[in-house]
Write a protein that binds this ligand. Structure first.
Ligand SMILES: Nc1ncnc2c1ncn2[C@@H]1O[C@H](COP(=O)(O)OP(=O)(O)O)[C@@H](O)[C@H]1O
Ligand SMILES: N[C@@H](CCOP(=O)(O)O)C(=O)O
Length: 280
C-alpha cells in the first residue's frame, strides 16, 4: 500500500484502487485514527493533509490490509512530527493497535518476522527475506479477523497445547534453516487454527491435499486468520503452481507473489510548490 501525502485545509483520504472502494474518506478512516493516536502519545498535533491511498491488498482476506493501514498511519504521524519514532517504537505502537505483531511487524520490516506480544511488551525478530515463491488462493468472500477469532476455543488442554507448540516450533526451525520440506509439512499440520477455522473456510482441507499431492509446492496453510490460503513454493515455480491451482479451483483468485524485500519506505519531494511525501 502507498500513501501520497500533501498539505491541505482539511483531512481527506481518497483512492481509485479497486480494493479500497467504499473506505472511509474522513476522520473515521483507520489510517487517520492511528496517526492521531500516535501524535497524541507524542504530545503533538497533526496538520491536515490530502492523502491518496493506492493498494492491491484485498480487504478482510487474511492478507494484512489492516496491518498495512495501521503501519501507514504510524509512519504518517512519524513524518508529520519530525520523525521521532525508532523502528522498535513503530512495531510497538502498531502491535498495540492491532493486538499482535504478526502482520504489522512484517509491514514495518518486510521479509520474515517472528514475534510475541503482550500489553506490557513486544519482542520481534527479523528473519531475512525467504527465498521462496508464494501462491495465494483468495476467496471472493470477506472474513473479518474478529469473526475468525470468534471460533477459536478460549482454552486448550495442556496436551493439545504441547503438541500444537511442537508443530509450530519445528515450523520456525525449518524457516530459519531453509528446510522448506519441513516447513510445508508443519504448515499443513497446524493445530492452533486449522481445526477450528475450517468451518469458516470449507475448501481448506481440499486445498492442502491438492497442494501437497498434485503440485511441487512445499505445503499450504491459512494466511493470517483466513480465508486466503497460502502456499510456499520452490523459487521460480510459483507461476506453474498458480496456473495449476487456478484451473483446479476456478472460484478463487490465485495469485503468485514474492516475499517483500522492504518494509516501510518514504520518498520526499516537492510537487506543485507544496511539500509532499510518499509512504509505502
Ligand atoms: N487503507 C485503509 N484505510 C482504512 N481502513 C482500512 C484500510 N485498509 C484496511 N482497512 C480496514 O481493515 C479492515 C480489514 O481488517 P481485517 O478484518 O483485520 O482483515 P485483514 O487485515 O486480514 O485484511 C477493513 O475492513 C477496513 O476496515
Ligand atoms: N495471526 C492472527 C491474526 C491474523 O490477522 P489477519 O489480519 O491477517 O487476518 C490470527 O490468526 O488470528
Amino acid at each position: 500500500m502507498t500513501l501520497e501525502v500533501h498539505p491541505s485545509e482539511k483531512w481527506f483520504f481518497g483512492s481509485s484502487s479497486r480494493e479500497l472502494q467504499g473506505i472511509e474518506e474522513g476522520e473515521d478512516n483507520l489510517i487517520y485514527k492511528v496517526a492521531v493516536h500516535v501524535a497524541k502519545e507524542l504530545g503533538k498535533e497533526l496538520p491536515p493533509c490530502h492523502v491518496t491511498m493506492t493498494s492491491d491488498i484485498p480487504l478482510a482476506r487474511g492478507l494484512g490490509s489492516s496491518a498495512a493501514a495501521i503501519v501507514a498511519g504510524i509512519e504518517l504521524a512519524n513524518q508529520l512530527t519530525g520523525e521521532p519514532l525508532t523502528v522498535e517504537e513503530k512495531v510497538r505502537f502498531s502491535s498495540l493497535w492491532e493486538g499482535h505483531p504478526d502482520n504489522v511487524a512484517a509491514s514495518v520490516y518486510g521479509g520474515l518476522v517472528i514475534g510475541t506480544h503482550t500489553e506490557e511488551s513486544t519482542h520481534v525478530l527479523y528473519g531475512g527475506v525467504p527465498e521462496v515463491d508464494l501462491v495465494l488462493l483468495v476467496p471472493s468472500e470477506e472474513l473479518k479477523t474478529k469473526k475468525a477469532r470468534g471460533v477459536l476455543p478460549s482454552e486448550l488442554s495442556y496436551k493439545h497445547a504441547v503438541r500444537a507448540s511442537s508443530v509450530a516450533n519445528v515450523l520456525v526451525a525449518g524457516l530459519l534453516q531453509n528446510d522448506w520440506e519441513s516447513v510445508g509439512k508443519m504448515m499443513s499440520e497446524d493445530l492452533f487454527h486449522h481445526p477450528y477455522r475450517r468451518e469458516l473456510v470449507p475448501h481448506l482441507e481440499e486445498v492442502i491435499q491438492v497442494v501437497r499431492e498434485e503440485t511441487k509446492a512445499y505445503g499450504a496453510a491459512l494466511s493470517g486468520a483466513g480465508p486466503t490460503m497460502l502456499c510456499l513454493a520452490p523459487l521460480h515455480q510459483g507461476e506453474e503452481i498458480q496456473n495449476k491451482l487456478q484451473r483446479h479451483f476456478p472460484s478463487f483468485e490465485v495469485l503468485h507473489l514474492r516475499p517483500a524485500k522492504e518494509g516501510i519506505q518514504v520518498k520526499k519531494g516537492i510537487q506543485n510548490k507544496e511539500a509532499s511525501a510518499q509512504i509505502s
